[in-house]
Every structure is written in C-alpha cells, then in structure tokens.
Ligand binder design. Structure first.
Ligand code: SIN
Length: 538
C-alpha cells in the first residue's frame, strides 16, 4: 500500500520555519500566485531547482484569451467544452474564459512582453480553437518570457522569500487541515515549514513516460504528496500526448508547437502523403488526441517511428520570425525547417487530472490549494484545449489568493501526533533508481500510453503492485523520492485507465473504442485507502 508519508520523521524535533503562504513550485502558477499573495501576506516559495526551470519555461504556443473583436468568451467556452469531451466543469470554464483576459493584462503589467503586430497584440490559432486567440512572446518562447518577467518580480518582492534547490517531501495535515510541509534542504537536512495556507503549483507528470515534452523536473511530486495526505484526486486517466515532438536520432523530444500547424504546416507520412483528411474534418487542427492517434496509425501503417511536419511552403522570413526557437533547435541537428520536413512523433505532454479543487482552488483538505497542472479544477475535462493551461494558472491563482485572505488562523499544532513513523529500514538497493525509473517509463508508454486495453492495463497494474515494496525502505535522496512520486502517479493513472471502460478525449481503450455518455459521463475520484469511485457531473 502507498503510505501516508514517504519518510519517518519526528516533527517536534525538527527546526520550524513559519510563513503565511507556502507556494510549492515555480512555474507560472507558483510565480503568479506568490506575487498576488505577496501583496498582502508573507510568502515562502519553494522550488526543487530554480525559478527559471519549470514546464512553463518550455511553453511555446502561448496563452489563450479572448482579445480579438470578432472573438467572444462564448466561443472560447464552446471550444474548451468540445475539446474536453463532455467532462469539463462548465463553471470552471466560465471562470477561465471570462477572467482570462484580465489575467493577461495583469501579466503585461508585471512585465511580460507579448508579441505585437501593427501596435496591437498578435494572435495566432491552434488546434480546436475556432478563433485566433493565442498570445505569444518572442515568436515561440512564450513560457520563457512569462517566467522571466514573473521571476524578476518575485525576486524583487519584499514579501516573497524563495528557496531554490529545496525538495518538498510531504504535506503535513492536522485536524484535517494542511498545516505546511516537510522539506529537505540541499544538504539533506530537514525542516518543517508551518503555513497558514499551502499552495501546490508543482506541475505535471511528463516523466512518467519515456517520451515527453516535459523537463526532468516533471515528476508528479504534487499529485503524489496530495494523495498521500488524503486529498481527493480526480480524472488521472487523462494524459495528453502532444502530436508533434521532434523525433530525430540524438535529439531530445523537443516540442514542435501546435502553432506551427496553426500557421499552415501539414502532416505527411513517410511516403510523403498528407493524411489528416482521412481522420478529421479539421485536418491538422483537429483536437490533439485525434491528431496524435492518427499519427500513430500512420506510423504503424508505414512501419515507421515518425511522420513529417511540413511547413516548407511558408517563407523563410515568416518561419524564422514566428518560430526562432524551434528553427534554431532543429538547425542544431542539421534540420532546416524552411526547406526540410521535420520528423515528429507524439510524446506525453500534459496531465488533465490532478488534485480536485473547488472554484477557489481549494482541495478536499482545508488550507491545501492546487493551481496549474497539478490541479483538477474542471477546466480541461478529458482533453485540454491548446494554450488554456497558462490562462488557467493565472485565473485560479488569483482566486486562490482571494480565498487564502479569508482564512482564520491555524489551530495549535498537536506535535505529539507526528513522532515516529512506520520504522523503515535501509535496504541494500538491488537496482539503481535511474534504472527503475526508465523501466517504469517504458512500461507506461507500452501499456498506459496513447492506446490502451484491459489486458495491458492489468499487466501494468501487476508490475506496479510488485514495485510497491519500494515504499518500505528508507528514502534519503531526492531521486529516490521523485521515483516514489512517479510510482504513485503511475498507480493513479493506471487505476483510472483500467476503471474507465470507454474511450473519451485523451483516454482511448481499444477494447472499448466508443464514448459512452450514458454510463461514463462522470469523473473518477481516487483517495488513499479507498476504492476508486465515480462522481456525477455538476
Ligand atoms: C504548443 O505550443 O503546441 C503547446 C501549447 C500547449 O500545450 O498548450
């Protein structure tokens, strides 16, 4: 069984650091929430690497918001609901589409320089959006520009203290509320951070899979620690695979933005045939899950490990101006996208499920909030619409802070509840953790990837069950704890995928290929020590 804490500890003997708001993670959700909370409260922001390393940093396409005259929140709402395949929470989507534009203004006020054309914000289009509503920065370096601007603000903010290279091991709960977290410093020593409110902004779980567009830090830490703490976790079976990551010998699975297709790039199989007309009327701009599965079908039909993305019909000038980062990265591997077709294949990209929250971003545990990819606000449903994630982070970050400001003081902590643990032993490690991680990643691609079936999912469950003894040993290194978090998340994703006997959005079951709204238009909820349950749509 997955334990409630990863390590044994005695809270009363640990140094205590007190803060009003503890923010865990430093992508757009963490930075924005910290800055807003810092206007009124003392904030401690903890990041396991640095302010400049997060999933946000690598976001290319941009941030979706209704800006254009011919666009409206109603269109954005409709596009999001269609992509979400019947599982979005409409009140959450309404918040996103109505409050997103103000959030964008706030980002601009905080120093983000979005690209402009003729003196107005430049907007592009991405898959399944009916209008041009994607803002971008420096062409295809939107995430980096946002993180840069917000990191400057956070570093200069007198109300915000930043601890980088610190690892949050576990959340601490008492009286059914989150009272802070157990944190490991770079030198291995531990400290209890006591907080009036704790906000998980720790991102997603791309590292569950061998092929991912996510950086090394995306190891599902937040969702795993919230699960251990007893929070309700929702819809974990829905993992989005981005259709186009670079697939070239020696190159990383670098993201080739959907905006490239938004600017007219087409997909071709290795025989050079354009194929999307056989799969969807929106062609290359169909929802991501459809494009990703179409690519895999073409790869199989042609016995190839990739397909091509072709934007060679566009001018060299436009390509270099709109996609400088992608162009430069491809050039490093000898691929010139102005003249060459780019070999691409799908890769794990985004976790739609996560820690279930209400419309104020609060989880099922009092004083514990979740924002950004780690959360399940209900915005994304079964399949996230491109570029909605950055908007979600700023809309719900602001809502979280509003709620945090209303919290009464914490009750006195019962330190005696936290002495001891389950008596873990140092176990002579049979296999290095890096090897275990790779094995897990390969298994997830094979059995719990883009296309799933009951037999493979059952096989995955058995392998995971066997690996659960990993939690019995004393973990001391960050890599070991990250692996334990990945294992926890793999368990949640696989359990959800086995449970849902239909295909919907990003979850595709070969043995149940149809969407079944009569039986399955429901969320799946998982909580430690309880069987998976279904939640009716609200
Ligand atoms: C992309 O640029 O294609 C990624 C944008 C997103 O995932 O929202």
């Amino acid at each position: 069984m997955i334990p409630s804490y990863l390590v044994d500890f005695d809270l009363s003997s640990l140094p205590v650091v007190e803060t009003d708001v503890l923010v865990i993670g430093s992508g757009i959700a963490g930075l924005f929430t910290a800055i807003k909370a810092g206007e009124e409260r003392r904030v401690l922001m903890i990041t396991k690497k640095s302010l400049l390393e997060s999933n946000t940093r690598y976001a290319q396409g941009g941030i979706a918001a209704v800006i254009a005259e011919d666009d409206s929140p109603a269109y954005h709402l409709q596009d999001t609901l269609i992509a979400g395949a019947g599982l979005c929470r409409s009140a959450a989507v309404e918040a996103l589409v109505n409050e997103g534009p103000d959030g964008v203004k706030e980002l601009i006020r905080l120093g983000t320089a979005f690209d402009e054309e003729n003196g107005v914000l430049a907007l592009t289009q991405e898959g399944a959006h009916s209008h041009r509503r994607i803002l971008h920065a420096n062409g295809d370096a939107t995430g980096y520009e946002i993180v840069r601007a917000l990191a400057v603000e956070a570093n200069e903010h007198p109300g915000i203290e930043v601890w980088d290279e610190h690892f949050v091991i576990d959340l601490i709960t008492d009286h059914g509320e989150c009272i802070g977290a157990l944190v490991q410093k770079a030198d291995g020593s531990q400290v209890f951070v006591k907080a009036q409110a704790t906000v998980l902004c720790s991102g997603g779980a791309g590292q569950l899979y061998r092929y991912t567009t996510n950086p090394e830090v995306a190891t599902a830490d937040g969702v795993a620690m919230a699960y251990r703490a007893g929070a309700v976790i929702r819809d974990m079976e829905f993992i989005q695979f981005h259709p186009t990551s670079l697939c070239y010998p020696g190159a990383p699975r670098f993201l080739i933005s959907e905006a490239v297709r938004g600017e007219g790039a087409v997909l071709r199989n290795v025989k050079g045939e354009r194929f999307m007309e056989r799969y969807h009327e929106q062609l290359e701009l169909a929802p991501r899950d459809i494009v990703a599965r179409a690519i895999v079908s073409e790869m199989e039909a042609t016995n190839s490990t990739f397909v091509y993305l072709d934007i060679t019909h566009e001018s060299t000038e436009l390509i270099k101006h709109r996609f400088p980062t992608i162009h430069e990265t491809c050039m490093r591997y000898g691929l010139d996208m102005t003249t060459d077709w780019i070999p691409v294949a799908p890769a794990a990209h985004y976790m739609m499920g996560g820690v279930k929250t209400d419309l104020s971003g609060e989880s099922s545990i009092g004083r514990l909030f979740a924002c950004g990819e780690v959360s399940s606000t209900g915005v994304h449903g079964a399949n996230r619409l491109a570029s909605n994630s950055l908007s979600e982070a700023i809309v719900f970050g602001r809502r979280i802070v509003e709620r945090v400001l209303t919290l009464p003081p914490l009750a006195p902590i019962r330190y005696e509840h936290f002495a001891g643990g389950i008596g873990r032993k140092v176990v002579a490690e049979q296999r290095p953790v890096s090897e275990r991680r790779l094995r897990l990643q390969k298994m997830m691609v094979r059995y719990v990837g883009l296309r799933r079936n009951g037999v493979n999912l059952q096989g995955a469950m058995e392998q995971l069950q066997h690996e659960l003894h990993y939690f019995d040993q004393m973990l001391t290194q960050r890599e070991e704890m990250e692996y334990a978090n990945l294992l926890t998340c793999a368990w949640l994703v696989t359990t959800g995928a086995l449970h849902r006997q239909e295909s919907r959005g990003a979850h595709y079951r070969e043995d149940f290929p149809q969407r079944d709204d009569v039986v399955w238009q429901k969320h799946s909820l998982q909580q430690r020590e309880q069987a998976i349950v279904e939640e009716l749509m609200s």
